[in-house]
Design a protein around this ligand. Structure first.
Ligand code: OOG
Ligand code: MG
Length: 293
């Protein structure tokens, strides 16, 4: 898997998010009857699982009281380690923003994670499965922000701040066995983020009739596996981005101009296997094809 900048045409983010507000650095660990686990320990264990390509049990098996603040602190520790290793912060991802995704994972609350330069898959190249554990693919609509998004954000303010939207694919690779986890586990695991692909057609939101009505067809080797409309994601994909802007504000962070934001899977994911081609087609946005070797 590529872990360096790929220069996929995404503008480098100009400033880093201010971090360390209450709820991020403020919380180091989570206590429960079985003892404490530190955010830094969770991050280190997840990084080792990713590096060694082995899945593990969810932390909540042993630490059922693991809270979301600790989980987001662990997530940021993992992202910070990537930045310290030379990657750049290029955006964010939303997760569990559609009923299809919430049903697939049996969690009914959205979450978010961050996207770094090493997660951008090189355009048109097969995904190298040897670097992943058990990848799954899902179709998404990505927003390239032309301006920062202030909170409180709305569908309207997100669309006004958006330079272009893209057809996209999110390649998930949970570090937990069988994608079995509770919300704090998947938050700590940066929303299962592994790789992201965007299509080659940049479309201004004003050039589309309504992003909520954009149709999506997910194909595996040409066969239709799932269909959806943009509205599958929180009623409108921009509503998901607005939700994220408002969540970040509570942590003294902000969506930044130049970021690419993946608004969440519209359908259930499909496994990515060697020799298989997965295509996400969107009305007006073009399509993205992903294949693996
Ligand atoms: C969690 C990540 C969810 C989405 O778009 O819903 C996500 C998972 O499904 O492993 O990326
Ligand atoms: Mg996703």
């Amino acid at each position: 898997m590529v872990r360096t900048s790929t220069g996929s045409g995404i503008r480098e983010c100009r400033k880093l998010v201010p971090l360390g507000g209450p709820g991020l650095a403020g919380r180091a660990g989570s206590g429960d009857a079985d003892g404490m686990i530190e955010a830094s320990q969770i991050a280190a264990d997840l990084a080792a699982a990713e590096r060694e390509r082995r899945d593990r049990r969810p932390f909540t098996d042993e630490h059922p009281d693991l809270d979301l603040e600790t989980a987001y602190a662990a997530q940021w520790a993992g992202v910070q380690a990537r930045l310290d290793g030379g990657e750049r912060l290029v955006g964010a991802k939303l997760g569990l923003t559609s009923k299809a995704k919430q049903r697939a994972i049996s969690i009914d609350e959205p979450l978010y994670g961050f996207v770094t330069s090493g997660m951008l898959a090189p355009y048109g190249e097969p995904v190298d499965l040897s670097s992943l554990i058990h990848p799954r693919v899902e179709p998404e609509i990505a927003f390239l922000l032309g301006r920062d998004v202030a909170a409180p954000a709305t569908v309207t303010s997100v669309l006004a701040a958006t330079e272009a939207v893209f057809a996209a694919v999110d390649v998930l690779d949970s570090r937990y066995a069988d994608f079995r986890f509770r919300l704090p586990d998947v938050v700590a695991d940066n929303a299962s983020a592994a790789l992201f692909l965007t299509g080659s057609r940049a479309v201004r939101p004003t050039d589309l009739p309504d992003l909520g009505l954009v149709g999506c067809v997910l194909r595996v080797d040409g066969d239709i596996r799932a269909t959806a409309a943009g509205a599958a994601v929180m009623g409108h994909p921009a509503a998901s981005v607005a939700w994220l802007a408002n969540q970040l504000a509570a942590r003294k962070q902000q969506l930044q101009a130049g970021w690419l934001v993946f608004s969440g899977g519209l359908t259930e994911p499909v496994p990515l296997a060697a020799g298989v081609s997965v295509t996400a087609e969107f009305d007006g946005l073009g399509s993205v094809e992903i294949f693996a070797r």
